[in-house]
Design a protein around this ligand. Structure first.
Ligand SMILES: NC(=O)C1=CN([C@@H]2O[C@H](COP(=O)(O)OP(=O)(O)OC[C@H]3O[C@@H](n4cnc5c(N)ncnc54)[C@H](O)[C@@H]3O)[C@@H](O)[C@H]2O)C=CC1
Ligand SMILES: O=C(CO)COP(=O)(O)O
Length: 329
């Protein structure tokens, strides 16, 4: 089985190393020459993992034609680049492949989930498997124990990907609720921005527990309205990914929110951010869809107002606390 991982950023590099550890034939593709040369010549990706020595058999290239030989192509680029990459790859392919998506979010214009985007953009496709769950690349690259989920409408291909990636530090479960899982891992990023904001403002652990719990309620409300299953949100692609992103120092969504909270404004973030912060756009998509469909999403609405309408984070937190009093569920 030949694999190509598309995207030489943090997640692509960490996943390509997993495949090397599993003795799978894998090549990492990147558009960024510096990242690719760093991996290929120095066995490191110092922009994302300073001081980490990568597997000696991990090879990287900027030549996209390597996808021609692949049986499995893993997409590890930001959501904004997924459609463009799929179209480029599709023109090079002569046979159908399994696409493993790892991006968490929605299409920038159509608001489609990532597996929908991939199915619409590719003709040489046997199936889409989403490999998603609570997994910071910074820990996977150090082989710290991690669990994720291979979610697909195609059970056989989900089993294939589960076996390909599983090992003694990465345990891969299987799932089939594509809608619930993809919505879970997208929305948790927006909630994680809110978690960072509240920490940056100076609130503590009670506030974080409140945010995670009420954030999960919003994820379920939205996910079920879109056709996902409630129980999926109790698993790795729901509460699991929500916990790790809302609490980890590695989370770029949390870090972005933290900056916003410290400055009590999103201005600094908009002027200075250079990292992949998927939750920022997800908040916009979900806010708009929820407004149209009448889905109650108070936390998402407030984080949207902080990000896009200049509302002060402290005012948003107060707004959430002083809403009409309600039953919990
Ligand atoms: N970093 C992590 O711990 C995890 C990330 N993810 C998801 O994986 C996706 C990728 O994120 P990261 O690897 O973290 O981002 P990153 O910022 O670390 O790396 C992104 C990579 O994509 C490349 N890229 C950007 N735009 C591109 C384009 N138009 N065409 C081709 N390549 C392009 C960049 O050069 C870079 O190599 C995101 O959706 C993220 O939510 C999922 C699980 C864990
Ligand atoms: O999805 C992730 C962990 O599961 C990565 O989160 P960040 O994009 O916030 O770093």
């Amino acid at each position: 089985m030949k694999c190509v991982v598309i995207g030489s950023g943090s997640w692509g590099t960490a996943l390509a190393q997993v495949l090397c550890d599993n003795k799978v034939h894998v090549t990492l593709w990147g558009k960024n020459k510096n990242e690719v040369e760093d991996v290929e010549l120095h066995h490191q990706n110092s922009r994302f993992f300073p001081g980490v020595v990568l597997h000696p058999n991990l090879h990287a290239t900027t030549d996209l034609t390597i996808v021609k030989d692949a049986d499995v192509i893993v997409l590890s680029v930001p959501t904004i680049a997924v459609e463009e990459m799929c179209r480029k790859i599709d023109t090079l392919l002569e046979k159908s492949v399994i696409i493993v998506n790892t991006a968490k979010g929605f299409h920038p214009e159509t608001n489609e989930r990532m597996s929908e985007v991939i199915r619409h953009a590719m003709t040489h496709l046997s199936s889409v498997v989403s490999l998603i769950g609570p997994s910071h690349a910074e820990e996977v690259v150090l082989r710290m124990l991690t669990t994720i989920c291979a979610v697909s409408q195609n059970k056989e291909d989900a089993i294939c990907i589960q076996k390909l990636f599983s090992n003694d530090y990465l345990r891969v479960y299987r799932g089939h609720d594509e809608i619930g899982s993809e919505i879970g891992v997208a929305l948790k990023n927006a909630i994680a921005v809110a978690s960072g904001v509240l920490s940056g403002v100076g609130y503590g652990d009670n506030t974080k527990a409140a945010l995670i719990t009420r954030g999960l309620t919003e994820m379920i409300r939205y996910g079920v309205a879109m056709g996902g299953k409630q129980e999926t949100f109790m698993g790795l692609t729901g509460i699991g990914d929500l916990i790790v992103t809302c609490t980890s120092k590695h989370s770029r969504n949390f870090q972005a929110g933290y900056e916003i909270g410290i400055h009590n404004s999103a201005d600094y973030f908009w002027k200075n951010n250079k990292k992949t912060v998927e939750g920022v756009r997800t908040a916009k998509v979900v806010h708009e869809v929820a407004q149209k469909r009448g889905i109650e999403m108070p936390i998402i609405n407030e984080i949207y107002k902080v990000l896009y309408e200049g509302k002060k984070p402290k005012d948003s937190a107060q707004e959430l606390m002083l809403r009409d009093l309600k039953e919990e569920m």
